[in-house]
Design a protein around this ligand. Structure first.
Ligand SMILES: C[S@@+](CC[C@H](N)C(=O)[O-])C[C@H]1O[C@@H](n2cnc3c(N)ncnc32)[C@H](O)[C@@H]1O
Length: 234
């Protein structure tokens, strides 16, 4: 498979996936709940120095992560502008904003397009996240992460873990093709060191990186968590 074909397939698979209302309604997954906690804390810390915090979720889908966040921490809506970003556009009814209630209106913008080229100014994002999203793309997506992050901004990521290869044979055929391509192009990080080294190449400093795992009805699942900042240039 070529990169262009993979990109097309990726978009096709997820366009189909989000057509299913059950996927939009999907109850929060363990990984998403944990990330929502870290995100809530990070937004609160950013608010100590900023009146309004800009939080961007790359490859967001309909905003499940922000939905998890606001369900448990609705006060974050008072001082956050939430930006979701995905190759797919979503109707108002599909968006996370239709599924949470907060005491103030949620300030939200959805950007449709590739995470490799986001229509936001340099340094405009205080808290940037992606939950099983950007590691589908070529590594140069981290150029965009670095460009978008404010000088004191924080990035929080969940990446796919090699355990996914054990599940390939049980995946749907379209997903299987995607995972195979990810395997062939070494897109899935194999260990913490590889994450740190990759991010360093993009002038991002990984301040924490570790493996998370959980037992679910699907069996043992695992994923990588990392928190990043811009590396300081002397
Ligand atoms: C596994 S889903 C994760 C969605 C969301 N982060 C969540 O956890 O519910 C991957 C998402 O990446 C999006 N995607 C695929 N290629 C993309 C691209 N080039 N730019 C932006 N988003 C993309 C898909 O449309 C899909 O919504």
């Amino acid at each position: 498979m070529q990169e262009t074909e993979y990109t097309r397939l990726l978009q096709e698979v997820y366009t189909d996936y989000w057509q299913n209302p059950e996927h939009i309604e999907e109850s929060p997954r363990i990984a998403g709940r944990r990330m929502a906690q870290v995100l809530a804390q990070t937004i609160q810390i950013a608010h100590e120095t900023k009146m309004e915090v800009t939080a961007l979720d790359l490859c967001s889908g309909p905003g499940t992560l922000f939905r998890n966040l606001l369900t448990t921490y609705p006060s974050r809506a008072r001082y956050t502008h939430f930006i979701t970003q995905d190759i797919i556009s979503f109707s108002q009814e599909q968006q996370f904003t239709a599924r949470v209630s907060t005491d103030v209106p949620i300030r939200h913008t959805h950007l449709t397009g590739s995470a490799l080229q986001v229509s936001l100014p340099d340094g405009s994002v205080d808290v940037l996240t992606s939950h099983f999203g950007i590691d589908f793309l070529e590594r140069d997506v981290f150029l965009e992460v670095r460009r978008l992050l404010a000088p004191d901004g924080v990035g929080l990521f969940h990446f796919h873990h090699p355990v996914i290869y054990n599940q390939i044979s049980e995946s749907k055929p379209e997903h299987e093709a995607l995972y195979r391509y990810m395997e062939e192009t070494n897109r899935i990080f194999r260990n913490e060191q590889e994450i740190e080294e990759t991010l360093t190449r993009y002038r991002l400093l990984s301040t924490d990186v570790f493996e998370w795992s959980a037992t679910t009805w699907e069996g043992e699942v695992a994923w990588w968590f990392t928190r990043v900042r811009q590396s300081i240039e002397l």
